[in-house]
Design a binder for this molecule. Structure first.
Ligand code: GAR
Length: 200
């Protein structure tokens, strides 16, 4: 049996997806959580990671201003000591440029709260409601330099109910995110890129 893959989980907020991913990586799982990194020192997920005994790092993007390359150099330097095999973006709210993404080609996943290719970018739930969609959901994909693009590794669908607010829909989608991302990560680390489809 080969050694488990070392997975870095990148967050910006509460880290509920990060917690589910980290909890999933035990026993015969092909990965282990080796690092949780946030671009915001106040991210609630940092404490949750520490409570789970996972190493944490912070690379605050704000001192870098518009210097994305500088931020990404610092990010790479913070990750390097952990001998990371795969990065999972889990609510990491910074756009990464080609310079960083190309170093992790085929080794970086993201979860996005829409049924891609619909609603790349922000405010996905409000846009789905505004459009009158009856189905919403989330997507896990490989990260490529184009925003919220890249090969789709899994999707989960949920209904949009009459009267839903964006927060209502976000909460319903998040439940599915917690199912989808661990299922995709396990499959991906086992070398299988067949999409995981949940919720019909
Ligand atoms: C999740 O809904 C995730 O899909 C979204 O941020 C939330 C993070 O929640 N990601 C994006 O919007 C990426 N563009 P969490 O911190 O509780 O996992």
């Amino acid at each position: 049996m080969t050694a488990p893959k070392r997975v870095a989980l990148l967050i910006s907020g509460g880290g509920s997806n990060m917690v589910k991913l980290a909890q999933s990586m035990s026993g015969d799982h092909p990965g282990r959580p080796a690092l949780v990194l946030s671009n915001l020192p106040g991210a609630g997920g940092l404490q949750k990671a520490a409570d789970m005994g996972i190493a944490t790092e912070v690379v605050d993007h704000r001192p870098f201003g518009k210097d994305r390359a500088g931020f990404e150099t610092a990010l790479q330097a913070a990750i390097a000591p952990y001998a990371i095999d795969v990065i999972c973006l889990a609510g990491f709210m910074r756009v990464l440029t080609e310079g960083f993404v190309s170093q992790w080609d085929g080794r970086m996943l993201n979860i996005h709260p829409s049924l891609l290719p619909k609603y790349k970018g922000l405010h996905t739930h409000a846009r789905a409601i505004e459009a009158g969609d009856t189905l919403a959901g989330c997507t896990v994909h490989e990260v490529t330099p184009a925003l919220d693009d890249g090969p789709i590794l899994g999707q989960a669908k949920v209904p949009v109910r009459p009267g839903d607010t964006p927060d209502d829909l976000a909460a319903r989608v998040l439940v599915q995110e917690h199912q989808l991302y661990p299922a995709v990560l396990r499959r991906f680390l086992n070398g299988d890129k067949t999409p995981v489809i949940l919720g019909g």
